[in-house]
Design a protein around this ligand. Sequence first.
Ligand SMILES: [Fe+2]
Ligand SMILES: [Fe+2]
Length: 224
Amino acid sequence: MTRLSVGIVALMCAGTVAVAQEKSSKVGNLLGTAAAVKTAVKGLNPDTVTDLQAAHNGESNASATYTAFAKKADKEGYKSVAALFRAASASEKIHAKAFAAVLKSGEVEAKAKLEKLDVKTTEENLKAAIAGETKEFKEIYPKAGAAATAKGDLTAAKAFKDALAAETKHAQLFSEASANLLTWRETGKAFLVCPTCGYTTDSGDTLKACPLCGVAREKFEVFK
Ligand SMILES: [Fe+2]
Ligand SMILES: [Fe+2]
């Protein structure tokens, strides 16, 4: 081999190594980018985590409170109000689970601190329930949903939106019960809860599917 040939071979080898290194570097960048994207999808914004934990805590406490309110309503003879509280309790439990699932997707453990139950008369319990639901659907969930959307935490935003719709309906049903307490004592009302999103309704006769998530009416849990 002439000196020139050796030189050309050396240059070709160097070129091959350079191309290989470049490819290797590109693969490394791609892997790095993929890892970064994966982290970004998995990672929840810290503010979203705070809102999700507060929501999980609030829904867990609301579920326990409504179960106690249902027992009290049963004792006082308000059967339809008791059915509504049991339905709402089941709905809040579904929301608590949904918030816990979003937290888990971000590798965060959901934590709830159950407060001491504050059970009064059914009349007073309904007023407390209306106040709680109204605060949730007017302030807490619209704010949390908008913040999660702005931060790109869309699964969290969807969970806040589902809860907002259900809490709006809860407030409406509790208000109807509160305004017609004696009538509600006489009638045997039935309430349906969507097992997926917690949507709650008293329109079982006309309901075909969940207006929020599309689950078929047959899958709804009935409380009466
Ligand atoms: Fe609610
Ligand atoms: Fe639903």
